[in-house]
Ligand binder design. Structure first.
Ligand code: PAF
Length: 305
């Protein structure tokens, strides 16, 4: 006996279609995974985590023009919708929202969400306005999808912190859950942009996760930063196409740099351009005490693979 064919994946291509399809979930709980598509194993892990937190999983696929600055890679950002819908179907996603730019941003809009001070440091300093664009689309998507929980990858740690801040500051009734970074076996964090790397660039890109590992072997601010910077500086010397944007130790929720005597949790965040591709990565470290040495691994430090 053959098993019945699975239901086709419902896809809402307009806000109007989403408003028709969303009520079909009735009183069931909804977990939401917003994406920009070009789905990889990291996104699949978000869908699987979402399924553990709610009855239904809704995904969105939308390359959000508002979060790209002039000269950034909006035009070349990969758009592979057939591949993405297949991945959503394979992961048991219940509904995919794939709006067009003109539908989500009709002419005449004026209001944006402002990420505040935490949206102006690190990524926000290199990409001015980026987090305002992210928060604006995420709030719009929350209002349309009306999820109970939403899942975001920890690779975009500053984005996750800004979204948590927005939800708290604006009393948005969604629980935000962070999902661990998924890495290749050699340590490279999965990213939709990895496909742009040549094999030589991919080798240089390994410097990001390697620098985090080098930093995470230490237990005070100065040593962590020195070890990570030394590794990145060597890569800049070896490969002129590798340009560091920043590496810093920041507070996990405010993203402001931690003071040199900081003790406790911090995020070691790095961003670099490899050729024409910009990559980010981070790791959470537990700093023990100023000037201390010894094994912070014992204090629960998370290590990139
Ligand atoms: O992380 C992303 O893919 C995007 O920034 C998001 C959250 C889908 C908003 O466009």
């Amino acid at each position: 006996m053959t098993s019945p064919a699975p239901d086709p994946l419902p896809v809402a291509r307009t806000v109007a279609e989403l408003k028709q399809l969303r009520p079909e979930f009735g009183g069931e709980t909804v977990a939401f995974v917003p994406t920009m598509g070009a789905l990889h194993e990291g996104h699949r892990s978000l869908f699987r985590l979402a399924a553990k937190h709610a009855d239904r999983v809704v995904a969105s696929i939308f390359v959000n023009p508002l979060q790209f600055g002039p000269g950034e890679d909006y035009a070349r950002y990969p758009r592979v919708i057939d591949h993405d819908l297949k991945a959503c179907a394979q992961e048991g996603v219940d509904l995919v929202f794939v709006p067009s730019v003109s539908d989500l941003y009709p002419p005449g809009r004026q209001v944006l969400v402002d990420a505040g001070q935490m949206g102006t440091v690190l990524e926000g300093a290199v990409r001015p306005g980026h987090f305002n664009g992210v928060l604006t689309v995420v709030l719009k998507l929350f209002n349309l999808v009306r999820p109970d929980v939403a899942i975001f990858g920890e690779k975009d740690a500053q984005q996750l912190a800004c979204i948590k801040r927005m939800v708290s500051d604006l009393n948005v009734t969604v629980d935000i859950i962070g999902a661990p970074i998924v890495r290749e076996t050699d340590g490279l964090a999965l990213s939709s942009r990895n496909r742009f790397l040549s094999s030589a660039e991919r080798r240089s890109a390994l410097a990001l996760s390697a620098s985090l590992r080098a930093g995470a072997r230490h237990s005070d601010v100065a040593d962590v930063l020195e070890a990570a910077r030394a590794h990145l500086a060597q890569t800049e010397l070896d490969d002129p196409s590798f340009r560091l944007d920043y590496v810093d130790l920041v507070h996990p929720s405010s993203f402001s740099p931690v003071p040199s005597d900081h003790v406790g949790e911090a995020i070691l965040a790095v961003a670099a351009r490899v050729g024409s591709t910009r990559l980010i990565d981070n790791v959470t470290v537990q700093l023990t005490r100023p000037g201390s040495d010894g094994s912070a691994v014992a204090a629960g430090r998370q290590q990139p693979a």
